[in-house]
Each structure stands twice: as structure tokens, then as C-alpha cells.
Design a protein around this ligand. Structure first.
Ligand code: 2M8
Length: 454
């Protein structure tokens, strides 16, 4: 009964909608939205995309500006940075801040903007999908502001960056070079590839997150030492990649040719594919030729299935480019290809079965756990090592709905709304108890709740 949809619960929905709007209004800074006033006081890349998807129901114009302000910090090589720093926020409020990334100097060769400070890594490309959904919320307002025409070139350049510079495996998929890039920071997926990364010396940096969240809910100090060591090495290489699009390969003065962490992630690539389809929809809406993005989406889908589908386990897996092996870890990123339009029917069917099986237990636990409930690393409260998150649940809900799996989609929707309301828009929840973890009034939780209510 816990997760059963209740169509009569309209009062609850009204209150929840108003509360979600209040969170989005409070976290709006004038040109974008912070994920959280306390823990994440800057603009984050994939957060902004999810936030825009909710904000479109509150203010289509604000939703457009959310995406425009993020894309305004794009680098000349096409990358959209994972954080755009707000200069008004004190430097001790978040680590690693602008003084660590030094984008405008260390990122000069890659074309980092001069007028704004950003990080140098990326996050999943949900932006074209978000732009398309924002347009559809109010096509008149979108056309008046020339929204699609304005964002299309930036989105094209962003996808081109990922499909060339980041094709580190040479097989047509985008690789991530830091565990922060797929957005599932401390997922057990990255434990093995991270063993090759030299941790930054203890005491060489100072975490800011533990001021706002419990240590048991966050990555460990050793995780952080590796995150910092890896990011510093990328920065010291001038944020140069060595994929198909890079001419700087082997240049004098650029040390450490290959990243020590390089992984093809199924979630990241699934979102890229969904966004290529959205780019095609955007091109069609502008009366332009949509065949190139559709072709790219098909090629990426073939590569995704060929490279990352683990038929035996019935789930997608990340591929470690360090040794070329498929990582034997079952986690929520392996389910995200459910959102890929035109996924082979047997693959989609197997994913649905996995979702319902012992590893994720859809309908029996709260939302969708971030990691295998039966896995040896499972931890119900620690960040991406078990807790259920609202953005991944929203994506899986969307995939289920699109593939006609109405009954599980309805249950998941009801579960998301219940958990959002019961926890005050928590960042993540314990899949067994539903207890909120991390911070509250978290923006994408509020935004995606609002989207499901509309
Ligand atoms: C978390 O990651 C940041 C680093 O990017 C952090 O821990 O400081 C992740 O949950 C990530 O997916 C999310 O985008 C970010 C902001 O909400 O927080």
C-alpha cells in the first residue's frame, strides 16, 4: 500500500506543488538556481537541466534563463563545465572552488571563458532534453525570445565535444575522466578504476561539505583525496583530452598524456543519446534538417548496446578504459538506458525485469536504489552507494512510461511524490525506510516533483 497511487489525494498534491515552488523560488539567484543554499552554493550543470525541467511549469522564462546562464559559461572547445561559480559566494563555502580549478588560466588552451570562473570537468548532457521540454512548456514564449535558435549552436558544440574529444576508447562513446562527471560521485562502479589514482596528500586540502551534511552520508576522506588528485592532474594537463578531436596530443609541455581514470558510463551515454534525439526535435521545430542528430543517436545507441550491455546480468555496465574490462557492478546508471528511444525491445524488456528483481525491487522499496541491494558495498545512507535519488527515479519513470510500462511507471511516480513530500525534498533517501539523507530543500528534488505533478 505504501507506494500505491492514490488518485484522490489532490490536497496533498496541491500542498506539494506549492512547497516545491517555494524551494525553487528560494534557490533562484537571479540568473540560475543553486542545488542547495548550504551544501552546493553555485550553479551545477546537470542540476540546472533537471531544475529547468521543473521550473518550466513555474516560469518558462526562468527555465530558459537557467539553461542560458549555464551555456553562457561554455568553453570554446564545446565543454559545458560542471560548476559555474558565483563570485559573490565566499571561497570557503565550497571545496574545490575557483581557486582550485583556475579555469581562466589553466583552461586557456581549451578555451575557458575569461569573465567567469568554472570547474574544468563536465556532467551528463541532459541539457538538450531539458531545452526541448522547456520549449514545449510554452512554445509561444520560446519563439518570442528565439530560445531554441539561441541554444541550438551551443548544444551542438557541447555534443561535438563529447563525441570527439571524449571518445577516448575510439569506439564512438563518450568517456568520463573523473567520478564527478557521471554525477554518481562515489558509486561502487568507480572503486576499481579509482585504485589507479594517486590520492592527494592528506592535509593538502580542506573539505567544506561536512559542515552541512553528516559524514556517514558523504564520500570518505580517501575518496576525496582521489577526487582531488585526479582533478589536479587534469588541471595541470591544461584540461586537454586525447580523444579523436584532440590535436594537442603529445604537445611539448603537456605532461601525463593519458588520464589515469577513463570510463565509458552507460548513464552518461544514455543521456547523450536522449539529448541527440532532443536536438533533432529542436532542429525540426526550427525547420532545419534533423538527420545528423538522428544519425548520431542511432550510432551511439548501437555503440552503447555493443560496448556496455551485459546480457548475462540483464543490465548495462560501465567499461573501464584502463584495462578495457566491463565493470562487474550493478548500479542505477546501468538502468538509465531505459530512456533511450528505440532501444532493442529485448534489452528494454530485460532492464524492466532487472528493475523488478532482487537488485532493485521496484515497488517494494523506496524509488530505485543507486546500487545493487544485494551488492557487497551496499550502504543505505551513503550518497551514491545505495540511497535512492529523485533524478534517476524521474529518468527511469520517463523510460518506463515511454516504453508503455504504465503500471510500474505509475507506482514509481507515486513513490517519488510520497518520498519528496515526506522528506521535505531531501537529496536522497534510504531505500528501505524512506528516511531522508543529505540536505533538504534540494532543488532537483523539488523541480522533478513539480514536473510529475503537472
Ligand atoms: C554531487 O556532487 C558534487 C560534486 O560535483 C559534490 O559532492 O560536491 C553529486 O550528487 C552530483 O551529481 C550533483 O550534481 C552535485 C550537486 O547537486 O552534488
Amino acid at each position: 500500500a505504501l507506494l500505491a497511487p492514490d488518485p484522490t489525494d489532490t490536497d496533498r498534491d496541491r500542498r506539494l506543488r506549492a512547497a516545491a515552488m517555494r524551494v525553487l523560488l528560494a534557490n533562484w539567484t537571479g540568473s540560475g538556481t543553486v542545488p542547495s543554499r548550504s551544501l552546493y552554493p553555485h550553479q551545477w550543470s546537470w542540476d540546472s537541466a533537471f531544475i529547468a525541467i521543473g521550473l518550466r511549469h513555474l516560469s518558462p522564462r526562468r527555465a530558459q534563463r537557467e539553461l542560458e546562464s549555464l551555456l553562457g559559461a561554455q568553453w570554446l572547445d564545446g565543454r559545458v563545465p560542471h560548476i559555474v561559480f558565483n563570485p559573490a559566494v565566499p571561497s570557503h563555502a565550497y571545496f574545490p572552488g575557483p581557486g582550485f580549478w583556475r579555469s581562466s588560466t589553466a583552461g586557456r588552451r581549451a578555451g575557458a571563458p575569461a569573465g567567469v570562473q568554472t570547474s574544468g570537468i563536465v556532467q551528463p548532457p541532459v541539457h538538450a532534453l531539458a531545452a526541448w521540454l522547456v520549449h514545449r512548456a510554452d512554445p509561444g514564449e520560446s519563439r518570442r525570445r528565439g530560445f531554441l535558435a539561441r541554444v541550438l549552436p551551443a548544444l551542438e558544440a557541447w555534443h561535438r565535444y563529447l563525441e570527439t574529444h571524449r571518445d577516448l576508447g575510439g569506439q564512438g562513446l563518450a568517456a568520463v575522466v573523473h567520478p564527478w562527471e557521471p554525477g554518481l560521485d562515489n558509486s561502487p562502479c568507480w572503486d576499481r578504476p579509482l585504485l589507479r589514482v594517486t590520492p592527494a596528500p592528506a592535509g593538502s586540502f580542506r573539505r567544506a561539505d561536512l559542515v552541512h551534511a553528516s559524514a556517514a552520508d558523504r564520500p570518505t576522506d580517501l575518496d576525496y583525496a582521489r577526487y582531488v588528485g585526479l582533478a589536479a592532474a587534469y588541471r595541470d594537463r591544461g584540461y586537454q583530452d586525447h580523444g579523436r578531436g584532440d590535436h594537442g596530443h603529445g604537445d611539448a609541455g603537456v605532461s601525463g598524456a593519458r588520464p589515469s581514470f577513463a570510463v565509458e558510463d552507460p548513464g552518461f551515454n544514455a543521456l547523450l543519446i536522449a539529448s541527440e534525439h532532443a536536438l533533432a526535435d529542436i532542429a525540426e521545430a526550427l525547420g532545419a534538417d534533423a538527420s545528423a542528430p538522428r544519425r548520431r543517436a542511432r550510432r551511439l545507441t548501437d555503440a552503447l548496446v555493443r560496448r556496455l550491455w551485459d546480457r548475462e546480468r540483464g543490465v548495462f555496465a560501465a567499461r573501464d578504459l584502463g584495462d578495457g574490462a566491463l565493470l562487474p557492478v550493478t548500479a542505477v546508471n546501468g538502468l538509465l538506458p531505459l530512456i533511450v528511444p528505440g532501444l532493442p525491445a529485448d534489452v528494454a524488456g530485460a532492464l524492466g525485469a532487472t528493475l523488478a528483481g532482487e537488485h532493485f525491487r521496484l515497488g517494494e522499496v523506496h524509488m530505485v536504489p543507486s546500487y545493487d541491494l544485494t551488492g557487497p558495498q551496499f550502504d543505505a545512507g551513503r550518497y551514491w552507494r545505495g540511497p535512492s535519488w529523485f533524478n534517476t527515479a524521474w529518468l527511469i519513470h520517463r523510460g518506463l512510461r515511454a516504453t508503455g510500462a504504465t503500471e510500474p511507471a505509475d507506482r514509481l511516480r507515486a513513490g517519488i511524490l510520497h518520498d519528496a513530500g515526506a522528506t521535505g525534498f531531501a537529496e536522497y533517501v534510504d531505500p528501505y525506510t524512506g528516511e531522508g539523507h543529505g540536505i533538504r530543500d534540494f532543488s532537483w528534488t523539488a523541480a522533478l516533483t513539480l514536473d510529475l505533478l503537472t
